[in-house]
Design a protein around this ligand. Structure first.
Ligand code: HAM
Length: 400
């Protein structure tokens, strides 16, 4: 028997009602903040991810679904959504038109990771990307949006927050950190790789020996330029004003290379080892890095499977019609009336003739609000018999 690939799974009814409900609520919320839907291809040029997510990241280093297609193009299944949205933003010249552009998207992402609870090779993200605003108020707005979504679903989380500095404070800090790391013996292989490509990623290392070696390392938070320091302070102040709890986490560097300034993660203790429900941050350099005009930008993505694992959705209420025939002669009329009703409602029609009792049972099982029946008597009188399955009333309606 053929099976789905390791780390990939089907989304089946009735559980997928949760999935659809979650997307519906997310959409409702982000549209209130003025975000518009965007869809980009799942398959992109591998160079896109190398240049954005970055060569030092685990994603590009180890986890890409990368292959050469029949036209000899080096392509990759998207491991995340931001890079594709930025590529599209530049390709469609939004950067030249200028102004503010806010997008949201959802869909499957692919990372060749070791599957475990909450970690899949194909998973879904709901994400937002906002372009054209450098004001720190947008940072708080974006965090607030993610928080609003998680709150609607009553998810327990802690908001972890950090700033990763900008092009003024980052390069001298990088130098300082690299010279510290060059003097340290015993870093793991990943850290040695990161040291040369993007040294701040060493703070992301889970290896306890590396954590110990990094304790005396210089910290970005002590090396911010004035603008980064002020912006970060303003953000923390506004979060307090908005009664949003947070923890400043100097080790939070995110697993993707494109971030600058604000970086955040919502982490839940109700999940296992894979406890990040959502993550995001500012990436003011990325549009330029992908050949566009310098444009400030910020966004986040929520891991849909991780949220679904933790939530219950209200049971769907009864709705729609069930149509059935009591004799063969009635089938044509039932088919026609069902089609008419479908202009307004969800309608399921039984194709086989059954007794009234069995039709009522089937209508109940499919969660219909009404059971509509035509038998010999109804045909004679040109009526449709309808039973309201909620308040049990019966009525007849004239038909052609
Ligand atoms: P990320 O932190 O790599 O950020 O992923 C966002 C979320 O996707 C994670 O917090 C997690 O919930 C979920 N996720 C990641 N990997 C897996 C996996 N293997 N299985 C299940 N869920 C997973 C990004 O992808 C950025 N593009 C977010 C962003 C948008 N930053 C700015 N704009």
């Amino acid at each position: 028997m053929l099976k789905a690939l390791r780390g990939m799974k089907d989304t089946l009814p009735p559980q997928n009602e949760k999935y659809l409900y979650f997307l519906e609520k997310c959409t409702e919320i982000v549209e209130r903040y003025g975000f518009e839907f965007i869809e980009t291809p799942i398959l992109e040029d591998t160079k896109l991810f190398k240049r954005s997510v970055g060569e030092s990241s685990d994603i590009v280093g180890k986890e890409m679904y990368q292959f050469i297609d029949k036209g000899e193009n080096d392509v990759c299944l998207r491991p995340e959504g931001t890079a594709g949205v930025v590529r599209s933003f530049v390709e469609n010249k939004f950067d030249r038109i200028g102004g503010i552009n806010r997008f949201y998207y959802h869909g499957p992402m692919f990372r060749y990771e070791r599957p475990q609870k909450g970690r899949f090779r194909q998973f879904h993200q709901f994400g937002v990307e906002s372009f054209g605003v450098s004001n720190y108020l947008e940072d708080v707005n974006i965090i607030l949006m993610a928080k609003t979504i998680l709150d609607i679903f009553k998810i327990n989380y802690t908001l972890h927050l950090n700033s990763l500095g900008c092009t003024t404070c980052m390069p001298p800090f990088r130098k300082k950190l690299t010279s510290y790391l060059n003097g340290v013996d015993g870093l793991c292989e990943d850290c040695l790789r990161r040291k040369d490509k993007n040294p701040i990623r060493v703070f992301d290392c889970k290896n306890s020996n590396c954590q110990e070696l990094l304790k005396p390392a210089p910290r970005l938070n002590d090396n911010f330029c004035k603008v980064c320091e002020d912006d970060f302070e303003q953000i923390l102040k506004l979060l307090k004003t908005m009664d949003i709890d947070y923890e400043v986490d100097p080790n939070l560097v995110r697993g993707l290379d494109y971030y600058s300034k604000t970086a955040f993660e919502f982490v839940s203790s109700d999940l296992g080892a894979q406890n990040a429900v959502a993550g995001g941050g500012r990436y003011d350099r990325l549009v330029e890095l992908l050949d566009g005009r310098e444009t400030p930008a910020i966004g986040f993505a929520i891991g849909v499977e991780r949220v679904l694992e933790m939530i219950e959705v209200p049971k769907r209420e009864r709705n729609g019609y069930y149509f059935g025939a009591l004799c063969d002669e009635a089938i044509g009329s039932v088919f026609k009336e069902a089609q008419k009703q479908r202009e307004k409602d969800r309608v399921i029609m039984a194709y086989s003739v059954k007794s009234l009792k069995n039709h009522l049972k089937a209508a109940d099982k499919m969660g219909a609000s009404y059971c509509a029946i035509i038998g010999e008597d109804e045909l004679k009188n040109s009526v449709l018999w309808i039973k309201d399955l909620i308040n049990k009333n019966e009525e007849t309606r004239e038909i052609e």
